[in-house]
Design a protein around this ligand. Structure first.
Ligand code: PRP
Ligand code: MN
Ligand code: MG
Length: 178
């Protein structure tokens, strides 16, 4: 385990098993439909790459970069779009792929944004869900695991840009950001 972590919540193997199941669920739910998956940079990139290989349907990828935490452990409350998608999603079935839903501000903003572009449907898929952090009425349609109200890193999730490449998910020691 990385020395800056207090505890591992999910091992590489547990993550892998869960991602396979999410992929199967999406494959069953979207049979016969055209999917556009939108990964939200940067945090979602690791989960996105793993999940896509478990969806056994034709999928088109796109990416959007959104940031609201920066180098802080608390959301700034403002979602900044740093890069937009370049796919026309009108009448397409969109699945937004995120690493974590915490306050829900990022996904609420993005979901509304996609609905305005007249997508046929917009669903939310997140590897992690932190129910105690919620400040909006946003719920994920596909969730990997629920996590406690702690600062989580690994498998794409960062603190000040570090730890994204850890292959497991864990709780960051408080002394690192206190
Ligand atoms: C993090 C995370 C989600 C969002 C979740 O992104 O990757 O996108 O915050 O938090 P919320 O539900 O409170 O909005 P961040 O702003 O840290 O950007 P990053 O993905 O580039 O790390
Ligand atoms: Mn993010
Ligand atoms: Mg971040």
């Amino acid at each position: 385990m990385h020395k800056d972590l207090e505890k591992i919540l999910f091992t590489q193997e547990q993550i892998h098993d869960r991602v396979i199941k999410l992929g199967k669920q999406i494959t069953d739910d979207y049979a016969g439909k055209e999917i556009v998956t939108v990964g939200i940079l940067k945090g979602a990139i690791v989960f996105f790459a793993d999940l896509m290989r478990e969806i056994k349907l034709p999928v088109r990828f796109d990416f959007m970069a959104a940031s609201s935490y920066g180098a802080s452990t608390k959301t700034s409350g403002t979602v900044r779009i740093l890069k937009d998608i370049d796919t026309d999603i009108e009448n397409k079935h969109v699945i937004i792929v995120e690493d974590i839903i915490d306050s829900g501000l990022t996904l609420k903003y993005l979901k509304q944004n996609f609905e305005h572009r007249k997508a046929a449907s917009v669903k939310l898929c997140a590897m992690l869900n932190k129910p105690d952090g919620r400040r909006t009425d946003i719920y994920g349609d596909y969730i990997g695991f629920d996590v406690p109200d702690e600062f989580i890193v690994g498998y794409g999730l960062d603190y000040a840009s570090a730890y994204r490449n850890l292959p497991y998910i864990g709780i960051l020691k408080k002394e690192i950001y206190a």
